[in-house]
Design a protein around this ligand. Structure first.
Ligand SMILES: [Zn+2]
Length: 336
């Protein structure tokens, strides 16, 4: 799966610009599905018929956080605005990938005092991107205002753990692709690769409207607490299994979905952990309120340094998430 994860995470596709990743995902799954559709917002919806059963929807968002160029000064420096939850602290010193060129993020400061103050109170007014060009005209050719950029950061293979930009949520995409490849489902399996999650769960707000699934599960990253002085009110550990979400700040997983996933994991001897995320949310929040309402939950992958250029996951969690979802799709009988 490493190659797949590398390919997905290294693709440029910020929110609202998901063309490339959509093409790659479709290419990966096309021999393993019974049909697909690209809806009006750009969501990719694929399905695989079951032998009977109900409708199970798995969703992962395919966009990634990024920045957009807003203004170019006379010396060719670019000002930016966030696309999704990207912190200026993570941007400082990082490299930005624009489709035509790469640039380095720098910080303003005419005196040491000002520099220290700017670091302490960092915001988007204090930073700029430098693409190594000396004037406005040339920069405007390469990065006209309105151009979207993403982190430029390598895929790092650490053995059982891998690191890249955009694990959020290409790791969810990789898991669902793998489920589609491996399963002969009993239930009618729908997978949605949705757009613009990072700017407000946009794609997933409508993606399930026509499907009307019996159960929907968002597959996304979550936080961690197993680093020095990690959050003491959480217990998420990399490598201890995929996390069955109880709640986050946007939704409460349906109790029946939580119980189902837990029971299935125990029956199949798949390690799992329980997640209560203190801040953040997933597409489950809007899947839940689609149409007359959809029974929804989230399966999460504990991920270190979320929204930084170097998001780390443990491949054991990824593999166990695939196993759990394959079991869910294949188990005969009622979904709940
Ligand atoms: Zn995110």
């Amino acid at each position: 799966m490493k190659d797949l994860i590398k390919k997905l995470t290294q693709t440029y596709s910020p929110s609202g610009r998901e063309n490339e990743i959509r093409k790659i995902i479709l290419e990966e799954v096309k021999d393993f599905i019974d049909g697909y559709e690209i809806d009006k917002l750009g969501n990719l919806i694929v399905w695989k018929k079951g032998r009977g059963g109900e409708k199970l929807l798995l969703d992962a968002h395919m966009d990634e956080i990024g920045v957009v160029a807003t203004y170019i000064d006379d010396r060719g420096f670019i000002r930016i605005e966030p696309v999704g939850g990207i912190s200026p602290y993570n941007l400082l010193g990082s490299t930005i990938f624009f489709p035509n060129v790469k640039g380095i993020v720098g910080i303003e400061g005419e005196t040491q005092e000002e520099l220290v103050k700017n670091v302490r109170e960092l915001n988007f007014d204090k930073i700029f991107v430098d693409i190594g060009v000396k004037d406005r005209e040339k920069t405007e050719e390469l990065v006209p205002p309105g151009t979207f950029g993403v982190y430029y950061a390598p895929f790092i293979d650490l053995g059982e753990r891998v690191v890249s930009k955009a694990m959020d949520d290409r790791i969810g995409c990789a898991i669902i692709i793998e489920v589609l490849k491996r399963t002969k489902p009993y239930h009618n399996l729908y997978a949605t690769f949705s757009v613009q999650e990072e700017v407000g769960l946009v794609g997933a707000s409508t993606v399930a409207f026509n499907i009307r699934p019996d159960v929907a599960i968002a597959v996304d990253v979550t936080s961690y607490s197993d680093t020095p002085k990690g959050n003491k009110r959480m217990s998420l550990v990399l490598g201890k299994g995929p996390a069955i979400k109880i709640k986050d700040s946007a939704s409460i997983s349906d109790r029946r979905v939580v119980d189902k996933l837990r029971n299935l994991a125990e029956k199949k001897n798949i390690p799992y952990q329980i997640e209560i995320l203190l801040r953040g949310g997933t597409n489950a929040a809007v899947l839940q309120t689609t149409g007359e309402g959809i029974v929804s939950g989230t399966l999460s992958i504990p991920t270190r340094y979320v929204h930084s250029p170097h998001e780390m996951v443990d491949l054991n969690d990824v593999e166990n998430a695939v196993k759990l979802l394959v079991s869910l799709a294949e188990e005969e009988g009622k979904l709940l």
